[in-house]
Every structure is written in structure tokens, then in C-alpha cells.
Write a protein that binds this ligand. Sequence first.
Ligand SMILES: Cc1ncc(COP(=O)(O)O)c(C=O)c1O
Length: 378
Amino acid sequence: MPFDTEDNTFLLPGPVKMHPRVTRAMAVPAVAHRGTEFAKQSQEMNRLLQQVFQTQAPVVTLTGSGTAGMEAAAVSLLKKSDKVVGIDNGKFGNRMCKLAAMYGDATILKAEWGQPVALDELERTLRTVKPKALFLTHNETSVGFTNPLQEIARLCREHDTLVVADVITSLGGIDVPVDKWGIDVAITGSQKALGVPAGLAYVSVSEKALSRMYKDQGFYLNLPKYVAKVAEGQTPYTPATHLYFATIEALKLLLQEGLENRFRKVRAQAEAVRGAVAAMGLELFPAEGYASDTVTAIKYPQGVDDSKFRKALKDTHSLIIAGGQDDVKGKIFRIGHMGTVSFVELAGGLAAIETELVRAGAKVNRGAWLAPFQDRMP
Ligand SMILES: Cc1ncc(COP(=O)(O)O)c(C=O)c1O
């Protein structure tokens, strides 16, 4: 049977499966984007975003993917005379560092992909460089790795360094209490844990960050311009109105479930998947103790070809998972579990994965995955 784009098991680490209520929310007529009705809806969306970001700070919305939010932070905060430190230990941390270096005077702390940087080295760097900001990616989707953001933010506060965090695949899936941890600029994208179509970046801006931003840098991506209008439910340029409607629906679904409940579910699913792949005899890619709860990255066993394997999953089992990117292309595969995906879908996915690994000649402990997976089922 040919692959059905409307009926399959979708386990990418973003975009993620969307609830039908979210896509249905967009099936409405055109709206006057400067009218009072839309302004009220925008204000509602902003309030819901603040709840999900766990912040009192304004959360602004840019039309663009997550990277637009990342660049907006860099262009609004940094001039070539500003010192900035970046953490590069994955594809997206590397992107944050490139942006930091493009706009500011950057010092980059590097580690192998999926390995943490030493916190004492970070502390020393903050003390000697005295940067205006630290740029990092919290959850490295590329390698299924989570940086210890809370500890890193604590060090930054001690050195009066602003924390600019890409929380694109953590916020909404993993607990990221923006105010409590002191994240000055937190950036996420619509198509990840929030389960909205791609096309929006949501960015929280602390008072301290705002006071240190440049009002005359960047045009479309100047964050102070967005902050100035957010309270009235307006944006400097035409907003992607219907993506706002989708966002409101998705945020309501998430808040109805309850943030704590969602984080617990995502954690349990991550543990179930990790337990299952270990029982199969497979290894995770990231350093031990740093595995992400929203995406699991698994090393291919000897002899399994990435494109053939994922083609078989798609063509034979209607299952979509991700491969590796850039440096780890062909070496890992990735399973996303950050949104409304169910345990039942994950179980089906794992059964198909094991089947195709066996067919590809990999040595796996057949059937051993089920018990540890079931142990984490609700
Ligand atoms: C952690 C992280 N940061 C940044 C990005 C880039 O986001 P976008 O593709 O929406 O620009 C992604 C996308 O996969 C991501 O996972």
C-alpha cells in the first residue's frame, strides 16, 4: 500500500503529530489583523504562552521558524563590541554559536556532540570573559541530549550574564520554568512540543534582557519592537493569524492536561523507549545521564543502512522516524516523543523498528523490549 500522508504513525522529533482540534482551529475565514477581535485573541494567546513558559515576562511571537527567534535574540542583543559565550555540543548549539559569532564577539565552548561541557570550565570562562550573554541550546534534538540549563543559568546569574536559551524541543515537553531558572530570553518554535504547525517562533524577554537590547538593530527581527506592542495584542508586521488560532487551541489542550501531567507523561515515555532499546541491545548516542526526554537518539547496530531502514519503516509499516543529521548522518536514528503521541503509538513504532532491524541482519534480543516498555505504561 502506498504511504498515506494522512494516516501513519508520526514519530519525528518535530514537526510532531497535531491534534485535529489544532488543525481545525485554522479552518476559519480571513480576519482583520488590526481589529479588536483579533487583538483579543492575540492577548489570550500571549497569556497562555506566559503560562506555558512559566513567566511573567512578555512572550512575543514572530512569523518564522525557530531559527528566526534565535537570530532575533542575537540581532537584538549583540554588537561586535559585545562579548558573548556560546556552548557548542550539537547541531543546534552550533547554530546558536554561529549566530553569536555573526553579531557579537564570541568565545565558544565546544564539546563533542552529545557530551556536556565542563561546568567549571564554563564558570572560568564567564569569570574571565565577562560576557553580556550566554547562548546555548537546552535540548539538542540532533543527538537526543539535554544540557543542564538550570545549573548553567545559575552560574550566569552569579556573573551577571544574560541567558539566551534555545528551548525549541524542551519547552512544553520538559519542565523549563523560565522565571524560576532565570532564563532571560527563551526561544521556542511552534512545530515542536506544542504541536502547532511550523511557522511561528515564540520568545520570552526578561526585563533585564530588554533593558540591554538595541532598539535600532535589525528590522523584522528586532525584539524590542515586538515587546512594545505585545500588551495590546499587536505585532509590528502582519501576524500569521491562523497559526495564532492553532496555537491557542494547542496551548489550551496542553494546559487542560496540565503542565505537570504532560512532563510526567513525556518523562515516562522517554524512560519506556530508553528501557526498550536497551533491552533490544542497542545503545543511546548521548552521554549517560544526559539523555533527552523529548527525543531518543539511538546508535545503529553494525551493518544497518539508515536510508534503507527508514524507507522500510515508512513503506512497510507507515512509520516516520528521523535519521541523524550532519556529523551523525547514517550513524543514529531518532524517535520523537514530545507532544500528544501515545504509548500505543510508541509501542507500535518500537515493534516495527525491531522487525526491520532483524530483517536488516542486526543482532537484537527479539521481544525483550516489551516488558521494560510496559513497566512504564500508565
Ligand atoms: C533544538 C532546536 N533548535 C533549533 C531548531 C531550528 O528550528 P527551525 O527549524 O524551526 O528553524 C530546531 C529544529 O529542529 C531544534 O530542534
